[in-house]
Design a protein around this ligand. Structure first.
Ligand code: ADP
Ligand code: MG
Length: 325
């Protein structure tokens, strides 16, 4: 199968058709019509086999996740998804794999209303998936990492640590430990959280004008909040007892270990954001409309780096030592 046949069969004409795509796949460039008074939000994330995913990761999961992690970046800026391109580097043309990959990819694309407008297809020793997403955000309304102020409250969406525990289950790490039999339904949920993260796209848009800063959690809470603290030149206290844990997490590992996953586990793709006291009421209403669970986990301080507390006492985490695989 030739490159253009492959594109035709698996990628052309699939996913949502948007009226602002004036000229899609098939020419030297795609032509899109940005909305008036909006800024473009653009982000790129690359997934490399053996570095970011196992060679045996199901194709549909990889397709879904490659787009979802990029959509998460749009969410963190409060942007609305519009268009994306796909850089696909593969060792060989495996049609069963391409069918699964494109199915997962377009499932996410349909759900979030983002159109595939082009890409590049090449051969390479291992699979490399590079997605670039384009979103739109009303001029001057994007959420950034630099707006947090002393006294702002810190929130997160969803639950934390599930993806990292799911990854450990895939690696057979948790199962190997005695006295820690993870129930099959929990295992399924946790692995699903690793394979199919939910980019908080609507929540991100709902936070425009309310949140003073935002970031999506890709590397782990402790690491990612550091980006907000550095960019905003502030400190923070996280109340570890308030971290949101799923039932699957709580019932599968000891609390201390669960908190380790929640603090340092990667790839949750939840949003962490800061909100001034004056906006708390509006926040409750806005996020309830977006249908997303969220919880307050701490407060921004004038300085002093990142402090962790547990029921008001200083907290020293067990080091989970999360590595990026
Ligand atoms: P060029 O040689 O001008 O770079 P290509 O032959 O690489 O063009 O691509 C032809 C068309 O197919 C272009 O519109 C390109 O954007 C699109 N395309 C190539 N690979 C992909 C892909 N993996 N997914 C979607 N579109 C693709
Ligand atoms: Mg090309």
């Amino acid at each position: 199968m030739k490159e253009f046949q492959l594109i035709d069969q698996y990628f052309c004409g699939r996913g949502p058709q948007r009226r602002d795509v004036k000229h899609g796949i098939g020419d030297d460039c795609a032509l899109v019509q940005p909305s008036e008074n909006k800024q473009l939000a653009i982000s790129c994330d690359t997934l490399v086999e053996g570095v970011h995913f196992f060679a045996d990761m199901p194709a549909w999961a990889l397709g879904y996740k490659a787009l979802a992690v990029n959509l998460s970046d749009l969410a963190a800026m409060g942007a609305e998804p519009a268009w994306f391109t796909l850089g696909l580097s593969l060792p060989s043309v495996d049609e069963a794999w391409l069918a699964g990959f494109s199915e997962g990819l377009f499932e996410a694309a349909e759900y979030y209303g983002i159109a595939l407008i082009g890409g590049d297809t090449t051969q390479s020793p291992v699979k490399v998936i590079a997605v670039t997403v384009n979103g739109q955000v009303p001029e001057g309304k994007a959420l950034t990492r630099f707006g947090a102020r002393s006294g702002d409250w810190i929130y997160v969406t969803g639950t934390l640590g599930d993806s990292a525990l799911g990854l450990d289950l895939l690696r057979g790490r948790q199962q190997a430990q005695p006295n820690q039999k993870v129930a099959p339904e929990h295992s399924e949920f946790l692995i699903e959280r690793h394979y199919r993260p939910t980019p908080r796209v609507l929540a991100g848009q709902a936070l425009r004008g309310l949140a003073s800063a935002a970031i999506d959690l890709s590397d782990g809470l402790v690491s990612d909040i550091g980006h907000i603290l550095n960019a905003s030149n502030v400190g923070a206290t996280i109340e570890v007892d308030k971290l949101p844990l799923s039932a699957a997490m709580k019932e599968s590992v000891a609390l201390e270990e669960a908190l380790g996953y929640a603090l340092t586990g990667g790839e949750d793709y939840e949003l962490l954001f800061t909100v001034p006291e004056a906006q708390r009421g509006a926040l409750e209403i806005a996020l309830a409309h977006a249908g997303v669970k969220f919880v307050r986990i701490g407060q921004i301080s004038a300085g002093g780096g990142l402090k962790l507390s547990f029921n008001g006492q200083p907290f020293a985490p067990v080091n989970k030592g999360f590595e990026h695989f």
